[in-house]
Design a protein around this ligand. Structure first.
Ligand code: WTA
Length: 655
């Protein structure tokens, strides 16, 4: 694989302190190696034992893994459980009065609820859903701000065996509509609005827009949580109901519905390289096991911890490490409504100080933006409660890693750089922090039972230092089961023929160093990673082309100091190529347009106009060249196969 050989040569190594290692759940490299060896020598025995010990089953499973219909793998398939029971009920005998959630609103108001209170709220909401006839297998779309209620809604679905599909509150009405239709949701749970950084974020009106867009006749009810501020939400009588009215008089006890281990727990839509978003479907037992194991392994969970994952519940990180993982192990967790920079860039650190957070998990993009706003700000706070830090979503550059390690972690907290995906459900490559020494910029080694490797086009492992495709060679419990409504795309996307349909292809390139450490290099497909969010270039292109002014569009990523990548669009208008003020006006319009088609997060940072796009003689857009143009690089590649070589000059000029 030419072109992706690594140039990184990071040599610093940070082993855990003796104190951390001695107290860790997995203490020392021998303990880590033993677990890996157990998994390698008796794969099913290893996972079977994990599932027996960590999950409370209503009906025990007798079979661990069924590979007969690969790649549609089944785990623990004759077992029965309930995920909400595992996250709440089983803790009540001992932990009823333990805090489950410390919720801090945008303006700093704090609400604390115990496991008992969480139980009551989940049961009431579940009873509400039940009373309108929602049952096992029905779909519920959740379009909520960060709130206790978002978690209650997820848990209530799990309690009655309904399948939730959380849609990030930043997606547009159109994106929401598309997801509601694909999932055929019977219910949408939302809030009148959200509050972030002192600003109101409309939610209910976006839901109305989605439902008015047509095709959503499946939706019987819209349940609206009143996030205080305004009361005059637009209302459709008979369909819309306030959350507080919906649960009024509902019993505070609701028997958990036993479901099969393989019953879908949720669908979460994510971007792929082509076409519509993919409905990643997760199982109940295997997914839960991944969440629990990684809370103990990667986050070294201890009952005394205060855990805080800053991800929104609209993303997989917010599912596994807000909605399920912390609750499944009986942790106290912080949930935050707002943004890291409001009212100032000390917000995260102030909250860590105030709530005595011990394990903190965030994204490199947040770290980079906070460094920029004032590298010394963390010093103003007492961060001595921290003992472990984590990152996720994109590669973390070594400088940001070092800042996080020193300024936030005081040089005493291991950093768990966790590589995983919506599709893997839980961490795959990450240090067990009491065992594995860390290196800035590396997600280190596979967790036990995760058979990760880096291979070439033919599926052969590549040697150390050489780039290749990141694959996982054996199925694992928390992996995606299928794509909702599209099993063929599932097979094609993740289990390519080149690897005999056996290896899970992650879509990332990576290399390994001499010690076997993994270094993620980036996506191999047309998926962008903007501020840790996955965006398909095709989706943005389709949105642009849907605008009446646009004839053709190509979208590429360009490295960005804070966001990781930014979105650059090359556009050919139906009319003449614009310039000056006119170009500015059209750019503003097109950015708004993409915002309303997909969501603000997909707005191009830069738009360039050409009379044409660089194409091969067979009509294929040369994205490689466009990437170079976007970066302002000199074109050194061979352009003799281009249909229209002069176009490059024009696209470069618009700098
Ligand atoms: C990228 C987020 C480097 C990667 C959990 C992956 C990372 C995609 C890391 C999945 C990391 C995630 N280091 N890259 N620690 N974590 N990625 O589905 O490209 O939103 O394929 O899941 O993010 O994004 P997703």
């Amino acid at each position: 694989m030419s072109g992706i050989d690594s140039i990184l040569t990071e040599t610093r190594v940070f082993p855990p302190s003796d104190e951390f290692r001695i107290n860790a759940n997995i203490s020392g490299m021998d303990a880590y190696n033993t677990l890996c060896e157990q998994a390698a020598s008796d794969y099913e025995g290893f996972w079977g034992k994990q599932a027996k010990e960590n999950i409370t089953w209503f009906k025990p499973f007798t079979k661990v893994l069924n590979e007969s219909n690969a790649p549609f793998y089944k785990w623990f398939e004759d077992g029965e459980l309930n995920v909400s029971y595992n996250c709440i009920d089983r803790h009540l005998p001992l932990l009823a009065n333990k805090l489950a959630i410390i919720f801090e609103s945008d303006n700093g108001t704090v609400t604390r609820i115990t496991y008992m209170e969480l139980y009551r709220r989940v049961c009431q909401f579940a009873n509400g859903l039940k009373s309108m006839g929602i049952t096992r297998g029905d779909r519920v779309v959740i379009y909520m701000p960060m709130s206790i209620e978002a978690v209650v809604a997820m848990q209530a679905c799990a309690r009655i065996g309904a399948i939730h599909s959380v849609v990030f509150g930043g997606f547009s009405g159109k994106s929401l509509q598309e997801r509601i239709i694909d999932a055929k949701a019977r219910v949408v749970v939302t809030a009148n609005e959200g509050v972030r950084g002192g600003k109101l974020v409309p939610l209910k009106s976006v839901v109305d827009e989605a439902l008015d867009g047509g095709g959503c006749e499946c939706v019987e009810r819209v349940i609206v949580f009143k996030r205080a501020v305004h009361e005059d939400a637009p209302w459709t009588i008979g369909r819309d109901v306030w959350w507080h009215d919906f649960i009024k008089g509902k019993p505070e006890h609701c028997e958990p519905t036993p479901v099969n281990a393989e019953d879908p727990l949720f669908i979460l839509y994510t971007s792929g390289s082509t076409g519509k978003p993919k409905g990643v479907q997760h199982s109940s037992a295997g997914y839960l096991l991944g969440a629990i194991n990684t809370m103990r392994w990667t986050f070294d969970y201890k009952p005394s911890d205060i855990f805080w994952c800053t991800a929104d519940v609209g993303w997989i990180t917010g599912h596994t490490y807000v909605g399920y993982g912390p609750l499944a192990v009986g942790a106290t967790q912080v949930i935050f409504e707002g943004v890291p920079t409001y009212p100032d860039a000390g917000r995260f650190w102030k909250m860590i100080e105030q709530h005595r957070v011990s394990v903190f998990y965030t994204a490199p993009t947040a770290i980079r933006s906070l460094i920029k706003l004032g590298a010394d700000i963390p010093e103003q706070y007492d961060l001595s409660s921290l003992r472990l830090l984590g990152t996720v979503g994109e590669p973390i550059n070594p400088e940001a890693w070092m800042w996080y390690y020193e300024k936030v972690g005081g040089g005493r907290c291991p950093i768990a750089d966790t590589w995983w995906q919506t599709e893997t459900g839980s961490h795959m490559l990450a240090p067990m922090p009491g065992a594995v020494p860390t290196k800035p910029g590396s997600c280190t080694l596979p967790l036990p039972g995760i058979m990760a490797d880096i291979v070439d086009e033919a599926g052969f492992p590549v040697e150390a230092g050489k780039g290749g495709f990141l694959v996982i060679k054996r199925p694992f419990p928390s992996q995606v089961r299928t794509l909702w409504n599209d099993p063929e795309r599932f097979k094609k996307s993740y289990f390519p023929e080149e690897y005999n349909n056996k290896y899970y292809l992650a879509g990332d390139s990576a290399h390994r160093d001499e010690q076997g450490y993994f270094w993620i290099m980036g996506r191999i497909d047309d998926v962008l990673n903007v501020s840790g969010h996955r965006l398909g270039t095709m989706e943005i292109e389709s949105a642009l082309v849907a605008n009446p002014l646009v004839a053709e569009a190509a979208v590429v990523g360009k490295p960005h100091e804070i966001k990781g990548e930014s979105v650059v669009a090359f556009v050919v208008l139906k009319g003449p190529r614009p310039s000056g003020e006119e170009a500015k006006k059209i750019t503003a319009n097109l950015r708004e347009w993409v915002g309303s088609e997909i969501g603000a997060l997909a707005k191009p940072d830069e738009i360039r106009y050409g009379d044409n796009l660089p194409k091969t003689r067979s009509g294929k857009i040369m994205r490689r060249l466009l990437r170079a143009v976007a970066k302002g690089e000199e074109i050194t590649q061979d352009i003799s196969t281009l249909e229209n070589p002069t176009i490059l000059k024009q696209l470069q000029e618009t700098l």
